[in-house]
Design a protein around this ligand. Structure first.
Ligand code: PHE
Ligand code: ZN
Length: 879
């Protein structure tokens, strides 16, 4: 974990194939918390496609007990051992290594490798955790077949799981037992997993499309079986969906999901044995919100879809991470959209994706950690599990589908699997499959993988009433020195009646009567001419957010209102509302900064637009909710050259307050119209109603009088599900009204539900009334611990990332808090610490007084002995 030497940077261009390949791996585990013995027998042979005869094995924080090469015991002179590698020079062409090591799972607080959580054993090997279990060429282009023998005390660890199929199990002496597992598929070491635990499962036989029966299991701690139904249902839906949409079948006889309370990420796609953060498995109406249910569906799908995109075809090296992650996020996004099944439902998921990009990916790409979807270098790979690799990577995959059509995309996928099943490949191989399957030249498209940053697309228009031509002139600019991207820009034209005009593009090939066309912007500037346009239209540009770019266009308020009221593309309809809101937010923010909060005004035009959409019952409630949410403080901050977090907060609160006051009657009406009586169901239609209703509540509580407070209190008291209960409590807390009794009641009800206690911390941490002193006080709560990532994130991250006006308190006290906990967390868990470290990414954009204090805090951290993870983030921030 600690490095004495300065961290080294690894470059993509330096990739060389491994000198040795591994055919088989036989692992034996004698599991005990303080000292686990690992016997590892691997057969290696020289790689015909590589040079050299040195075997390089990775190994970290493990103790070598014994090493044999082709049966011969090796002495210390026969190999070289460093802190990170074991090297055997001039090895024969075919080698059997027998390696015995010892590790200490109970001491492993980094949660990478083999560790103990609540008394049970789990592993996490991606990206480079397998080397913390045994010596191995721990790189994804080394794929082998694994056999695993697990031995442990039977009473303490009745369940012994690993990848693939259970071959044999039985009892041993001394109260121990064993289980032997065999994975029929070759895999890279990062997909290895074991679980030895006291768990129970929900299981089911499930019939695949080809008629085979498979065993599905969801493993959880005793007492949680009432929270596994949704994960199981989501798994079955995922299996069906991949069969139908991509013709991909489950290739194993059994598929297991295991939930663990201590986990660094969301979940992990280990072959046949997915290990999940409890947050993405456990749910029932009492403990989980609609958003939690949706998260479970998405993550269960995501990990299941990795079985093909990631496992059957894996990554050549970690620079190619987006090959599996971008593609698999795209697949889970499409899965979630298809599960809703309606066009607006699909658009609602798309709007959520756009919000995530703007909230997290655009800022990342404009900050010190900016990197291409396929990075060129890294110090610590764990720092590159980013919104860029995942979410922007998914946008890049989505653009293939936009350019090639659904059928063309499917052809590309089929060719990708025909060519590469069982291989470790690169992003270029995926692009080649898409191009070759469709006879398309996608050479220029490669720049989406190699060039970082968010391109800006500028649109100008001109109308020639005599010739009836309408021109859209698109130009693009990336970072200085970058070459033009291949950008699909979906466009429609609205007439004065709000209806789509049929499009006739000069020089274009397209269906007659089409109302949306995908323009391909490949040059720095291009003119697209529409013919036979009888009136000056309102252009709807970048429909469905067809590319991850910033679109600049000088829309007038009237045009935006026209789009907001009529655009047939719900994403751009929503977008028009966001533009209207953003213009006002920026003006109000500037006014607050210059003259204070007195005399602020919100124009009637905007309020009327909000009123109309709020009360338009022909619109999906889920869409109305999204249309009424103002851009977040973070997104507003991204639009400003010098960020003033207090002014942003004041301006946005003023707008919320005004909407809450002026539209009180309409908000109340919609609050009551969107109740969901009867049994709770997490389906999208019901969830959309609850979302709209609870947004109404939060607006009503932005300016609360007795009646509104009572409404929230009633909802809190009478709620039969967590969505309504927590929404009421959040509205109360965030409104700053006295909430001690409600918070206490909530805690008392759920003290034994770890995931709900996380919510309890999170909602307080993100309340604009919670300052750093209050957060420190919450840390004294007996339920708080730094060791559990979910808990640490719930309180600390929600404060540093979701409470900007308090995090940026003028005295800098919250920055000191940040520094203190980056350092403390780094000693426990570098991956979690490095994520917290990123809260300072954008420090250079703040007003000088804040900037100076942020720099001080960064330097305080930099002065410490740090993990590679945190060192990389801090060094880049200060560079
Ligand atoms: N590969 C996992 C996923 O995307 C994420 C992960 C990365 C989990 C590293 C653990 C460690 O689903
Ligand atoms: Zn993934």
């Amino acid at each position: 974990m600690r490095t004495d030497s300065s961290p080294t940077t690894i470059y993509r261009k330096d990739y060389t194939p491994p000198a040795y390949l591994v055919d088989t791996v036989e692992l034996g585990f004698d599991l005990a918390p303080a000292s686990t013995v690992v016997a590892n027998r691997i057969t290696l042979r020289r790689n015909p496609d590589a040079a050299g005869s040195d075997i390089v094995l990775h190994g970290e924080e493990i103790e070598l007990v014994q090493l044999r090469l082709n049966g011969q015991l090796l002495g210390e002179g026969d190999y070289e051992l460093s802190a990170a590698t074991l090297t055997i020079r001039n090895a024969p062409a075919e080698v059997v290594l027998e390696i015995e090591t010892v590790c200490a799972p109970v001491e492993n607080t980094s949660l990478s490798g083999l560790y103990v959580s609540n008394g049970n054993f789990f592993t996490q090997c991606e990206a480079e955790g397998f080397r913390r279990i045994t010596f191995f060429p721990d790189r994804p282009d080394v794929m082998a077949k694994y056999t695993v023998m697990l031995r442990a005390n039977k009473e303490q660890y009745p369940v012994l799981l690993s990848n693939g199929n259970l071959i044999e199990q039985g009892d041993l002496d001394d109260g121990r037992h064993y289980a032997k597992w065999e994975d029929p598929f070759k895999k890279p070491s990062y997909l290895f997993a074991l679980v030895a635990a006291k768990l129970v499962c929900q299981e089911e036989q499930f019939k695949l499309a080809d008629g085979r029966d498979v065993l599905l299991q969801v493993w959880v701690e005793d007492g949680n079986l009432d929270k596994t139904d949704y994960a199981m249902q989501s798994l079955k839906n995922s299996i069906r969906w991949d069969e139908e949409r991509f013709g991909l079948e489950l290739d194993l006889d059994r598929f297991m999901i295991v939930a663990v309370g201590d986990f660094n990420m969301g979940a992990m796609e280990n072959k046949g044995l997915n290990i999940f953060n409890t947050k993405f498995v456990l749910a029932n109406p009492r403990t989980a919100t609609d958003i939690d249910f949706a998260g479970i569906e998405a993550v269960v799908g995501h990990e299941y879809f990795h079985n093909w995109t990631g496992n059957r075809v894996t990554c050549r090296d970690w620079f190619q991470l987006s090959l599996k992650e971008g593609l698999t996020v795209f697949r889970d996004q499409e899965f979630s959209a298809d599960m809703i099944g309606t066009d607006t439902g699909r658009a609602v998921t798309r709007i959520d994706q756009v919000r995530t990009l703007r909230q997290a990916q655009f800022p990342e790409d404009a900050g010190p950690m900016s990197h291409p979807v396929r990075p060129d270098s890294f110090v610590e790979i764990n720092n590159f599990y980013t919104v860029t690799v995942y979410e922007k990577g998914a946008e890049v995959v989505r653009m293939y589908q936009t350019l090639l059509g659904r059928d063309g995309f499917r052809k590309g996928m089929d060719l990708y699997f025909d060519r590469h099943d069982g291989q470790a490949v690169a992003c270029d191989d995926f692009r080649a499959a898409m191009a070759d399957a469709n006879g398309r030249d996608l050479t220029q498209f490669e720049r989406w993988y190699s060039q970082a940053g968010t391109p800006v697309v500028t649109a100008r228009t001109r109308y020639d009433a005599v010739k009836r031509n309408f021109d859209i002139i698109l130009s693009q600019r990336g970072k200085p020195g970058q070459l033009p991207f291949h950008i699909p820009v979906a466009v429609g034209l609205l007439g004065a009646d709000g209806k789509d005009l049929p499009l006739t593009l000069e020089h274009g090939k397209h269906a007659k009567g089409a109302t949306t066309l995908v323009l391909e912007l490949t040059e720095q500037e291009q003119i697209f001419r529409f013919r036979e346009v009888d009136e000056r239209p309102t252009p709807s540009i970048l429909r469905d957010f067809s590319a991850p770019v910033i679109l600049e266009h000088d829309y007038t308020d009237d045009e935006l209102l026209h789009l907001f009221n009529h655009d047939s593309d719900p994403v751009n309809r929503w977008e028009a509302g966001q533009r209207l809101a953003m213009e006002r937010l920026l003006k109000l923010t500037a006014q607050v900064a210059a003259h204070g909060a007195a005399n602020l005004k919100l124009d009637q035009t905007f309020i009327n637009a909000m009123r109309t959409v709020l009360s338009d019952e022909s619109l999906d409630p889920a869409f109305r909710e999204l249309a009424l949410i103002l851009p977040s403080e973070t997104i507003i901050a991204e639009q400003m050259d010098v960020v003033d977090p207090q002014a942003i907060h004041t301006a946005r609160q003023f707008m919320r307050h005004t909407i809450g006051t002026v539209l009180k009657a309409e908000l109340l009406a919609q609050y009551h119209a969107n109740q969901t009586p009867g049994e709770y169901s997490p389906d999208a239609a019901s969830a959309g109603k609850r979302a709209l209703k609870n947004l109404c509540l939060s607006y009503l509580l932005a300016a609360p009088e007795a009646a509104e407070l009572q409404l929230a209190q009633q909802q809190f008291d009478n709620a039969t599900n967590m969505t309504d209960r927590s929404a009421a409590l959040v509205s109360l807390i965030h409104s700053g009204t006295d909430n001690g009794p409600h918070l206490q009641a909530f805690y008392d009800d759920f003290a034994n539900e770890a995931l709900v206690v996380d919510k309890w911390f999170a909602m307080q941490a993100s309340a604009p009334t919670t300052n750093v002193a209050a957060v420190r006080k919450l840390m004294q709560h007996p339920a708080f611990t730094l060791k559990n990532p979910n808990r640490a994130r719930s309180l600390i991250f929600n404060f540093t990332n979701a409470n900007p006006s308090q995090f940026h308190a003028a005295d800098g006290s919250a920055y000191e808090f940040w520094a203190e906990f980056v350092i403390k967390l780094d000693a426990i868990n570098p991956q979690v610490a490095a994520r917290l470290a990123r809260a300072m990414d954008r420090w250079r954009r703040y007003a000088p007084a804040l900037q100076a204090k942020m720099k001080q805090a960064l330097e305080k951290v930099a002065a410490r002995q740090l993990s590679n993870d945190v060192a990389e983030v801090i060094t880049k921030a200060l560079a």
